[in-house]
Design a protein around this ligand. Sequence first.
Ligand code: ADE
Ligand code: ZN
Length: 334
Amino acid sequence: MAEPSNRPPRAELHVHLEGTLEPDLAFELAARNGVRLPYADPDALRAAYDFADLQSFLDLYTANMAVLRTAADFADLTRAYLERAARAGVRHAEITFDPQAHLTRGVPLDDVVAGIAGVLARSEADLGVSTLLIAAFHRDKAAADALDVLEQLLAMGAPVAGIGLDNAEIGHPPGLFAGVYARAEAAGLRRTAHAGEEGPAANIRDALDLLHAERIDHGIAVVQDPELLARVAAEQVPFTVCPVSNVRLRAVPSLAEHPLPAMMAAGVPVSVNSDDPPYFGAYVDDVDDAVTAAFGHTRDQRAALAAASFRGSFLPPERVAAYLADVESWRRAA
Ligand code: ADE
Ligand code: ZN
């Protein structure tokens, strides 16, 4: 990890809390909860992090969640991510969690939310990282199930700033969730959605038009549709891109062939994010380093990516402005 002072202040907008589970913590929680993981030790688990596609990752990611049972487990997971993110220079994090993944295992929603929210409430004071929480729904489950969970979150007053849509994209188009997103919008929640990760560019257009998504997670398929690319640039739709994830899940053959430069050149406000850091061997500082090296980014380009991370956030405008001033100070302090 390079010196923090060599990095611009930045936000991380696309990180799955369950995807931040380090093998060491997985074994610690397994022991605490009497859960048996089918690996000899953390190194053996880490050695299994070799993925053919999104589904092969989702299978392992979901299986490992078995160790997350109590509010304390979710608190430990959240704290571990935030401590590492702070060291990476993250000043603001929008953290996604998958409520259905825990409800289906019989873990009460109250415990999940209490464990996460208790740590988030203190993270700015303790670590200097402001946070927002996003509840993502599984697009490969029924929309009625997502709506039911959304109603539970609203009824319990969960401190959720927005909703997302994740899990297996192919065969599960955004339009199925129009009612869920309309309910969230009516309740004043912000809206993001995974689209165009493994699926087609049409999923990005549908997320914007049918879900009223305010930003797009991944969205790399946008470069296959010049008209849509021009539109999202004109409308300044933020895209939370995860280049190392895309390589590790074989959505793109290599970092050098990643469409990030094409998206930036078209004027799309892209930010760079980690997605599921231990699974892909890269926290967001590592991703930044890889991207800077692969594309030879200048200090101005690095500052532009950092600025886009704050502009694409769901923070109020005055907080965005304060963070942007910090990015500008970094840019000028060559
Ligand atoms: N859940 C965790 N990581 C994901 C990804 N990259 N795509 C879809 N769902 C996910
Ligand atoms: Zn993701």
